[in-house]
Design a protein around this ligand. Sequence first.
Ligand code: HEM
Ligand code: HEM
Length: 261
Amino acid sequence: MLETTATPLAPTGDLQARRMVWDLPTRFFHWTLVVLFSGSFVVALSTSEHSPAFMIHMLIGLVLAFAIGLRVIWGLVGSRPSRFGSFLYSPGALIRYVKEVRSGRDQPSAGHNPGSSYAIYAMLLLPLGLVATGLLKAAGQEWAEELHAVLAYGMVGVVGLHLLGLMWHTRRHGDGIALAMVDGRRPAPETESIPSQRTWVGALFVLLVGGWGLALAGGFDAATRQVKLPLTASTVQLGEAKDGKNATEHAQPRREKHDDD
Ligand code: HEM
Ligand code: HEM
């Protein structure tokens, strides 16, 4: 259900109590996103599109898409604070929140506040847009190139806001919130804290993302620049094949190499 206001913390005592709110799957996902997004970004800017190293940029993107897919599932079935339903705010709630912040009347909330919620949805959707436009560009759709760059720098902007928001919150409330994605704890009333860190699901997340990454790397053919998608019959084209021809359309079966090519 769309929330119209943030859940304020109980006014006394509770304010400084750090309680377990972010389970391990959510925390592992957070740092996976940080490392993969930053890694893919740095590789894109430091290598040429035609160099073999650029393939790493795209392979990282495919691992990131898989990790976001798992986070989406966790957003439906995970611990309460990690579920999308618990941080789905109406635009009106966002506007009210911004007004409250400007007038210094905002209350710290137990989970994501309306401001951070919108940033979080953006930080999940923008990388998916990057993968989609990246694959289109790799399949020869030139129009996707500019959009890809806009989404990449847009994501950097939202990450900047995310970090500024954390710094601002820390200055204002001094409650150690920046560590919340490290130890899972943030100020929250007893009723909002989660009973279990879901360690086994966290381990499964690491295994699945690691397994997907290894399988992608194993199914990548540097000569044709095609990669087999694990668990599916599809193959994805990541740029021009080494023989100089843009082998096939994206996601088509592997093309046989002919002598007269
Ligand atoms: C590329 C950099 C980053 C990205 C893309 C990113 C993205 C995100 C996302 C998507 C969430 C929501 C988590 C979820 O519900 O799945 C989040 C929350 C959070 N992130 Fe980051 N993050 C980045 C860097 C950082 C850094 C460097 C820190 C620590 C200093 C940090 C601390 C946090 C904290 C504490 C929260 C939870 C805030 C709260 O309790 O409301 N993030 N971040
Ligand atoms: C499977 C996923 C992806 C594919 C196939 C892909 C493909 C590409 C291609 C072909 C280019 C070269 C465009 C050009 O300059 O001609 C490119 C550039 C770039 N990509 Fe990706 N990409 C993917 C994911 C990502 C992700 C996840 C990020 C975010 C970190 C990203 C950020 C960038 C950046 C910053 C550039 C350079 C843009 C510029 O300044 O021109 N890409 N990508």
